[in-house]
Design a protein around this ligand. Sequence first.
Ligand code: FAD
Length: 549
Amino acid sequence: MPRRFSHLDRQQQVSDLRDTLYDVLVVGGGITGAGIASDAAMRGLKTALVEKDDWGAGTSSKSSKLVHGGLRYLEQLEFGLVMESTAERAFLMKRVSHLVRPLPFTYPVYNTHKHSPWFIQMGMWLYDCLALFRNHRNHKRLSPKQVAEREPLLKQSGLKAAMYYYDCITDDARLTLENAMAAHNLGATVLSRMEVKSLASQEDGTSLVTVWDAWEEQEVQVRARRVVNAAGPWTNQVLKAEQRPQTEVVRPTKGVHVVVPREILPVNSAVVVNSPRDGRIAFIIPWEESIAIGTTDTDYDGSLDDVRTTREDVEYLLEAIRTGFPEASCTEDAIISTWAGLRPLIKDDSDNPYNTSREHEIIEDKDGIITIAGGKLTTYRKMAEECVDKVIGSLGKLAQPSKTSTRKLTLPGAENFQFRKDGEKTINNIVGTTEIPKVAAERLVTRYGARWKAIMEGANNHELLDPEGRVLKAEVSYAIEHEMVGGIEDFMLRRTHLFYHLNDQGLHAGEWVVEQLQNAFGWSPERTQEERDRYGELVSANRSWKEGK
Ligand code: FAD
C-alpha cells in the first residue's frame, strides 16, 4: 500500500531516512525547500526534505499572500525581477488556479504624490508589457468619481486618479504543503518535526546530517551527497550547525499584518495606501472573510522562533489606514489577530530594509552544501529550478536526471481540476446538493482543489467545526490522515485560518480538533493537555502587543 502523507505512516518514512543514501537532502519545509524537493524528485533525484516544525510554519505562512509581479520593483528599476515574477504569476494562475487566484487592486494617486497620474500610468503600461500582456486583465485608469463609486470609504480629497490592476492572492501555507505533497508523491522522503542539528562532511564526499526527530524524540543520522540549506530566516543558524566561518548570509526583516472584520473596512479590491510616517506602501487586502492589512518592514535581531507583533507595528499600520480611509473606524479594538514573519533577505549594507533587494542567491561551497536565500513566494518555482540545476551540476556523473521541468508538474489539488473552469460550478453543486453553507463550500474548493471530493466522500456528515460555518469537521480527520497534521496549531493556523478569523482565535472550535488528535495518535490525557496549553500560549502571544507600550 502506498504510504500516506501522514504522521500515521511516519515510522516507515523515518526508516527510509535512516537507510537511504540521498542525492540531495533539503533542509527547511517552507516554500523554497518544498519547491526544491518537488523539483528534485521530479527530475529523478533521490530526495529527502526535512522540516523542523510544520510545512510553511516559518515565513511561508506569514507573507502578504500575494503572487505578484512586483509593481514597486519598477521604481527600483529591477525589470528582470518583474519579468520573472509576472511570468511565474501567469504560470501559477493557470496551473494551480485553486490556490492562485486573480485579485483586483486600486492604487490611488493624490496631489501629494511625487509622480503625476500620467507618469504612474506609464509605469502601469510597462508592468503590463513586462508581463507580456499575460495579466488576468490589463490595468485601467479610474477617475476620482469612478474611485468613489468603487471604494466609497477611500479618502477622496486631493485624489487625482487611481490605477486599477490585477495581481493574485494565494494561500501561502497550502502552496507550500502541496509542493511537499508533490515531492512525497514523486517518491521523496518528506518529514516534518525533524530538525537538522549538525552537518559533517565525510571523506567519501557525502554529508552526515544529524537530525532531531521531535515526534519520536530520537536522533536520526542521514546520509546525502548534497545538502541544500533552504532554512529561510534560520539559514545562518544552519550554516553555524555546519561550523562555517561564513555564517551571515541572511538579513531577517520583520513584516507584520493585522486582521480586521470585513465590516470595518469594506473594500471591494485590495487597496494600496501610503504610510504617513515613511511613505512606504501598505496593502488593505480582502482575505477570505476578513481584511488583512500589511506590512511593516524593520530589521530584526530577536528570537527567530518567537517573532511577535508589537504595539508600534500595529500603530504604524493603523496610521496608514487612517490616512487612506479617514472615515473608517479602524481602531485597535477592531483587530482580531495579527501575524509577524521574517523575510530571509540577502544581507547587504543598505540602511533601510525596505530597499534591500528581494532577489535570491544560491551559494555553493566545496563540501557539497548549497545555500539558497532571498527571493519570494511568487518566484519559488524558478528559484527551485535554478537550485536543482546547481545540485545536478555539482553531482556530475553521480546523477542521471530526467529532462523534465516543474512547468509540467501538476500539484495534487490541480489533478484534473481547474478552478478557473470548474470552480464556480463545483461550489454551486455542493451548495445545491448538501446542507453545506456557501462559505464552507467555497473554502472547500479553494483550499483543496480536486481533493474536495475525497473529504466529502470520507465524511459521515457535513457538520461544521466553527460557528461561522467556514470549516467542516470532516476536514480535521482528512488533515490528520492525508495532510500530515500533527498538532492543533497546524490545523488552526495553516490547514485552515480559523486562528486568524475567529474572535476567540479558535480556542472553542479547537477543543474538537484536540480530541480528534488524541484519538488518532493515542495521546495520554497529559499529552493532550500539553497540546491545549501550547495553543493557549500561542493565542496569548498573539495578543501580547496589547500589553506593550
Ligand atoms: P521559510 O518559509 O521560513 O522556510 C524555512 C523553513 O526552514 C521553516 O519552516 C523552518 O521551520 C525550517 N527550518 C529552519 N531551521 C531548520 C532546521 N535546522 N532543520 C529543519 N528545518 C529547519 N513573497 C511574495 O511573493 N508575495 C508576498 O506577498 C510576500 N509577502 C511577504 C510579506 C511578509 C511580511 C514577509 C515576511 C515575506 C513576504 N514574502 C512575499 C516573501 C516570502 O514569504 C518569502 O520569501 C518566503 O516565504 C520564504 O520562504 P522560505 O522557504 O525561504 O523560508
